[in-house]
Design a protein around this ligand. Structure first.
Ligand SMILES: [Fe+2]
Length: 376
């Protein structure tokens, strides 16, 4: 058990309840340990903590327009490297047509998030249809391919050397956020059995330690006729999420955790009503995220706390960078004009620093850091 230095104070003009009843005309900033789980301090600033006039150096926040990337070709291992560290690799793959080869990741579990398009996933476990908004978890070692019915854009999140798990839902109970019964698995059906005798040679591209090896079979190796066990590819669509909210308290992003792996978490922002208590914050509070690098992929909807962000973009806030709502959203800190958010976004928070891939740097929106600037 961790023993942080114990102190609890209320100093100067301050609220005693986080994210609520701020002293008039102030802006709240949270500084915390363990993401939003550890000891924290809540400062009441007279001016927005992001009201800078200049920002220089490598800590600047960055944004990339992945929708502007060219189609990446037929191999997931040739997809654009967006951000990575030793435990997590984020790629963006624009697959224009069905994969002519099979893929297998020997480096870790892979999470696919289908941003656009549709198709069928054929794998060791059977056949599974995929569409926009689907998460598909591929356990390390799964052999798979996608047949496209429309070009597929995928965010790929590799849990390098680890496995995806579900979060502990604590007081909410196991069936909150999404019921485990909502997880779908591939089926060994007629279409799956029918593709086994296609009379052609197949190649499997296996990735290990980042390098790709190619194994050639004189037949289709997806020739499983049955299986049993408690390990499988699973699918979950974001429309099946039941986000929690409180009418009196702005919940931290960790309340929206969908999957976790070693040293990172994957959260999903799904449409939810705004808080209604007059004293409760209705926008994200300012914070430093000192312990985590934060990545948000914008999937669909109107991103209520961000300006100039459209679907297919990704933002990257390195740990230590103070951020919060953009100036336009800040004006609606305590009063929203709409009943709720309609955004879908995937957030990946990593405990270790991420490096930006070359492919992503080519589609960077360099003006992102200035999007918080208070206009004179
Ligand atoms: Fe953040």
């Amino acid at each position: 058990m961790k023993r942080y230095i114990p102190i609890s104070r209320v100093e100067g003009r301050a609220s005693r309840q986080a994210h609520c009843d701020l002293p008039k005309g102030t802006y709240e900033r949270e500084m915390s340990k363990e993401g939003f789980f550890g000891p924290a301090a809540f400062f009441h600033h007279r001016r927005p903590p992001t009201g800078w006039s200049h920002f220089e150096g490598p800590l600047r926040p960055r944004a990339f327009d992945l929708a502007a990337l060219a189609p990446s070709g037929a191999s997931p291992w040739a997809a654009c490297h967006v951000l990575s560290n030793a435990r997590c690799a984020i790629r963006y793959w624009r697959l224009p047509a069905s994969m002519p080869r099979l893929a297998r990741n020997a480096d870790g579990d892979e999470l696919l998030f289908v941003h656009a398009g549709s198709g069928e996933l054929y794998c060791d476990f059977g056949r599974l249809e995929i569409e926009a908004g689907d998460y598909v978890v591929l356990p390390r070692g799964t052999m798979w391919r996608i047949d496209c019915t429309a070009p597929v854009d995928l965010l790929m999140v590799e849990a390098t050397n680890s496995s995806y798990q579900l979060p502990d839902k604590g007081l909410l109970g196991n069936h909150a956020l999404f019921d485990p019964a909502m997880l779908d698995a591939p089926r060994i059906d007629e279409a799956y059995l029918a593709q086994q005798d296609d009379g052609r040679e197949w190649q499997v591209e296996v990735k290990r330690r980042g390098a790709c090896s190619v194994i050639t079979y004189p037949h289709n190796p997806l020739d499983v006729v049955g299986w049993h066990g408690e390990l499988s590819v699973v699918r979950l669509n974001v429309r099946d999420l039941r986000p929690v909210m409180s009418h009196r308290y702005h919940l931290p992003p960790s309340a929206h955790t969908t999957f976790l792996a070693e040293r990172f978490v994957v959260c999903t922002f799904a449409p939810r009503p705004f808080e209604t208590d007059p004293g409760a914050l209705k926008v994200p509070f300012f914070h430093n995220n000192d312990d985590y690098d934060e990545v948000i992929f914008y999937h669909a909807g109107d991103f209520f706390s961000r300006d100039n962000i459209h679907p297919g973009m990704v933002s990257f806030h390195p740990g230590g960078f103070t951020h919060g709502p953009h100036p336009k959203a800040l004006g609606r800190m305590f009063e929203q004009t709409r009943p709720g958010t309609d955004e879908y976004a995937v957030m990946i928070d990593t405990r270790d620093a991420l490096d930006v891939g070359e492919g992503a740097a080519a589609v960077e929106w360099t003006g992102y850091v200035d999007s918080w600037k208070v206009q004179p």
